[in-house]
Design a protein around this ligand. Structure first.
Ligand code: SF4
Ligand code: SF4
Length: 274
């Protein structure tokens, strides 16, 4: 994203709209500008503000005259008065920023919609997480913080060393050059995004090791990491995972229970044979 210096009248309206704090007014030139390294191409500034098409020369003149009479002329707070915010044509690798930051576009770089898959929400029909498995969603970044792929790769490398299985349909997995090592494409490593989700599957026995590894790396990376872990209840509805998490010192809350109301369309082959 760019701000056209010929149009911008430095009203400052776009500054609070940016979730990354990437817009600032340079008092030396009296224009707003965007830090390209911090901008994650979320398009919030371009899409979130109404636009007027006032002449920038006219606005500057009115403001100068207004100052003489000791009052201010400011546009309404949700408006860019001169339509100065301009999207750029994004090329590889910068295009991944938008794919992971603008919720209104599909993943142009990966061909996958959304930040992750339906994960456990549909597990009652997909049986992706089987008995004895644990499914993890590991989220990197937040508005105001963001994440770089280099930090995400630190975690994916460590997870690969633990022998976890990366979800094939996940956008981060699709950017890997070597899934067995958790290596991402070299050219995207310095790209910054609003947030990304890594999805993995492993055994219940591995849950403590995975949590400890993520906890260690989370202290060293320049982002925030949130972890969700899920499993199937046993036949009596007992939550095996709860005991494991409590042993590791994590308080647990049952966030979601899927009751299997879905139509079964993807039975496991062995189940069909029976
Ligand atoms: S809202 Fe428009 S005119 Fe105002 S500072 Fe931002 S880019 Fe410049
Ligand atoms: S595209 Fe998003 S991150 Fe970039 S300047 Fe606009 S609001 Fe900020």
């Amino acid at each position: 994203m760019k701000i056209d210096p010929n149009k911008c009248v430095a009203c400052g309206n776009c500054i609070p709209v940016c979730p990354m704090g990437a817009i600032a007014i340079d008092p030396a030139i009296g224009r707003a500008s965007i830090d390209p390294d911090e901008c994650v191409e979320c398009f919030a500034c371009f899409r979130g503000m109404s636009k007027e098409h006032l002449s920038s020369a006219m606005v500057r003149t009115i403001r100068t005259v207004a100052r003489l009479f000791r009052f201010r002329f400011d546009p309404e707070p949700d408006i860019c008065p001169t339509d100065a915010i301009v999207p750029e044509d994004l090329t590889w690798p910068r295009v991944v920023r938008r794919a992971f930051s603008d919720p209104q576009v599909p993943h142009e770089s990966t061909g996958i919609h959304g930040r992750g898959t339906a994960e456990v929400k549909t597990n009652d029909v997909t049986e992706r997480i089987k008995k004895g498995d644990a499914g993890f969603v590991i989220e990197f970044g937040r508005p105001g913080v963001g994440a770089r792929f280099r930090d995400i790769q630190r975690v994916t490398h460590a997870l690969a060393d633990l022998g976890v299985e990366f979800e094939e349909q996940n956008p981060v997995t699709s950017l890997m050059t070597d899934v067995s090592r958790g290596s991402l494409r070299e050219e995207i490593l310095d790209e910054k995004i609003l947030s990304a989700i890594v999805e993995i599957k492993t055994s219940l026995q591995q849950v403590p090791a995975v949590l400890r590894e993520i906890r260690t790396i989370a202290r060293e990376v320049d982002t925030v990491i949130s972890v969700g872990v899920s499993t199937r209840c046993d036949e009596r509805g007992n939550e095996v995972l709860r005991e494991i998490l409590q042993r590791e010192g994590y308080p647990t809350y049952r966030g979601k229970t899927n009751l299997g109301f879905g139509r079964v369309t993807a039975r496991h082959p062995q189940t069909i044979a029976k």
